[in-house]
Ligand binder design. Sequence first.
Ligand SMILES: Cc1cc2nc3c(=O)[nH]c(=O)nc-3n(C[C@H](O)[C@H](O)[C@H](O)COP(=O)(O)OP(=O)(O)OC[C@H]3O[C@@H](n4cnc5c(N)ncnc54)[C@H](O)[C@@H]3O)c2cc1C
Length: 467
Amino acid sequence: MPDTGLPDSLINALTKCLGRDNVLTDPYDLDRYSGDALSPTRAFGAEDSFDRLADVVARPGSTEDVSAVLKLANEFGTPVIPFGAGTGVMGATVPAMGGIVLDMQRMNRILAINPTDMTAEVEAGVVLEDLENALFPLGLMPGHDPYSVPIATVAGTISTNGVGYRAGANGPMGDQVVALEAVLPDGRVMSTRAVPNQSSGPSLKHLFIGSEGVFGIITKATIRVFRLPEAQVFRSVAFDTFDQGFNAAAELFALGLRPTLVDLTEEDDGIMFHLLFEGFKEGVEANEKRSLAVCAQFGGRYMGPEPTMAYWEDRRQSAENYKVSALGKPRSVRWGRWRGRRGFDYLHLGLPISKVLEYKKRCDEIMSQGGVRATEYAIWSRPELFSMLIVPESGTAAGTRDQLGKTVEQVLLLAQDMGGVMEYCHGVGVKLNHLLAREMGVGQEVVKAMKHALDPNNIMNPGKLGL
Ligand SMILES: Cc1cc2nc3c(=O)[nH]c(=O)nc-3n(C[C@H](O)[C@H](O)[C@H](O)COP(=O)(O)OP(=O)(O)OC[C@H]3O[C@@H](n4cnc5c(N)ncnc54)[C@H](O)[C@@H]3O)c2cc1C
């Protein structure tokens, strides 16, 4: 019997339930399943969370398996950390208190595609790209299109409420969820109904959207699917200032225009607004025409389709690279990707539209005092969703880490103080845990009360969401 730090009787019971091949105790596996794409060097203050490894990795193949594992975990008071593909960037799958990492990747069946209902029913561990490939021959596609399509799972993206390239028209992953099946911490299986709206009681699917696995395990999801677009038009517009482009984007939304892709990016070499219009032909034509007129009104210069087409073609490259170099690899390999590179952080903040430009200005002041600068500012999918790629002005990654960490904290707090949120698509994980109560206020007490009612032994991803 391997020495796992857990009672032999628990390992035996897991093995009996899942089979020997699906209970991993080898140190190599424990290492590679501990955590996600976040390395301690980018965790600014949460480095201690990385001290523990998983005690065991369990690989369920069905809802019944998940239910059995949660019942056992409750009996033994052992933490369970749901694991999609481990591509998260906040450390939400870090087993901060040890326990069972529950790898959902065997549950990867596409159960039904319904072109009349415009839905697909899938198991939790289906990778987005596999769903895309299954839908394509039927003239359909998923609505969520993050960089990480080749690597991320359906339930992982629901649990972080991710944002992707088609979110301008479709919204975040949470908006794609029609219904869920989830196993509650005590092993009971709960399903919601596959209709888009309900007024017959509160919508319980929302308990699991963006909840990073603290309320239970999603086992199946029914998600919206879309027809492949009849027309697809790429447009690129250059602006002299970020403010001009931002005001154009705000006007598009105020008018009710909803391009599929909305990405205004400022980099050292200029400011470009990437737009994609998709859908039925007449709608695309009308949307595109009016959107370009709005951009011109705010000083935009039309640059043709090419810059946006090139950007679109390249959008999954970072995930393809991650798949080859890091996915499923031990921590030393994943973390080694950053070794020798300059420190950086990529922040994704949500603010009211009226606050975004003032926020950007105040961040510039904070960053220049901290010896940090932004190499990229962007809004992605909506004017409220603002991101910054920030780096130290000079110095090595190790030498500038503290300073970068302090600056990151200051700009996150500023977003909260200006009525916004510190993260709009990647979750909280271990990285932002310490700031969540400040952001949620009494809401955090509500979350704690729900957690206590559903998971009195706090087995589900303990230590996350401040729980
Ligand atoms: C190269 C790269 C590009 C990326 N691009 C984007 C992007 O464009 N947009 C974006 O939003 N994110 C992006 N990400 C981040 C990441 O892909 C997302 O956060 C994704 O949603 C995580 O999916 P996953 O399946 O890997 O989940 P994991 O990282 O395994 O888990 C994420 C969270 O979900 C929980 N969880 C997983 N499965 C379940 C389940 N069945 N039930 C309950 N809880 C569960 C985990 O416990 C954890 O809290 C990117 C990451 C990388 C490495």
